[in-house]
Write a protein that binds this ligand. Structure first.
Ligand SMILES: [Zn+2]
Length: 267
């Protein structure tokens, strides 16, 4: 599932292939991905337009259009962007395709849980979506994290993945952040002391930045991660890269958390 590092990679991919190129045509192959937005209005707005600049907030990718307004992309569980040359087959499940001279950019999404839309203003869109600060925004500092978790009696894992509190972290990276910070996923957020909050903050930034640097979502991504990362050991029978204990799992709210019971003792 695309989380902040994956969407940041998509943003760079879009910049590399599609920025400032004239959009000759737009094909909406499945109108459901647009929600209430009529396909015709979407096509009229994009055709002949250009992507001027991109920005990311949490798991959302926002692309400013030359003639005003923003294209908004959310990738749900299975979304992706695929660039391909004219004459090549469309990738499977491409829901929206932008056609340039000689090439295409497709928004691909097998399970349709994402959304493609339009917004007049990026900041207003972020507010309307109810998103908290982006986890990698420099303005999201230790104080901001402390504010986000203060008074939350919920466990630290559910706080980390709550997009209204901090935008960008999902199940997989929350587990990695907690493993690196040596915090059990069930630790109540209110019980974290100053040292634990500082460790959590450091690891939020370090894990997300490392995942982007190592090419989140790419082939061989897991092999490229630092040796002490939990991510490559999430499969059945995985062992903690730090102490060798069997990785444990914990189900809550329909999600499975992976953690090391020895390095992340129950609070
Ligand atoms: Zn361990």
């Amino acid at each position: 599932m695309p989380e902040l590092p994956d969407v940041e990679i998509y943003r760079r991919y879009l910049d590399a292939h599609a920025l400032r190129r004239k959009i000759a045509q737009v094909a909406v192959n499945d109108v459901r991905i647009l929600g209430d937005l009529p396909a015709e209005a979407f096509v009229v707005r994009l055709r002949g337009n250009r992507f001027e600049e991109s920005r990311r907030h949490g798991k959302h990718l926002l692309v400013r259009l030359q003639r005003g307004g923003w294209l908004t992309l959310h990738f749900g569980m299975t979304g992706n962007l695929v660039y391909f040359r004219k004459g090549e087959d469309d990738p499977p499940y491409d829901r929206v395709r932008f056609d340039f001279a000689g090439s295409h950019l497709a928004y691909v999404n097998r399970r349709m849980l994402g959304r493609v839309g339009l917004a007049d203003d990026a900041d207003a869109f972020i507010r309307e979506e109810g998103l908290g600060p982006d986890a990698l925004d420099p303005a999201f500092d230790l104080e901001a994290l402390t504010r986000a978790i203060s008074g939350r009696r919920r466990d630290v894992k559910s706080v980390l993945i709550d997009q209204a509190l901090i935008a960008g972290i999902g199940n997989i990276y929350a587990d990695e952040i907690l493993f690196q910070a040596r915090l059990h996923p069930k630790t109540p957020a209110t019980s974290l002391d100053a040292e634990q909050r500082a460790a959590l903050f450091r690891q939020i930034k370090a894990v997300l930045e490392t995942a982007i640097e190592r090419g989140a979502g790419a082939e061989q991504f897991l092999e490229r991660l630092p040796e002490h990362y939990l991510l490559p050991h999430r499969d059945k029978g995985g062992r903690c890269p730090r102490c060798g204990s069997a990785i444990a799992t914990l189900k809550s709210g329909g999600r499975t958390s992976y953690f090391c019971p020895r390095c992340q003792p129950e609070p």
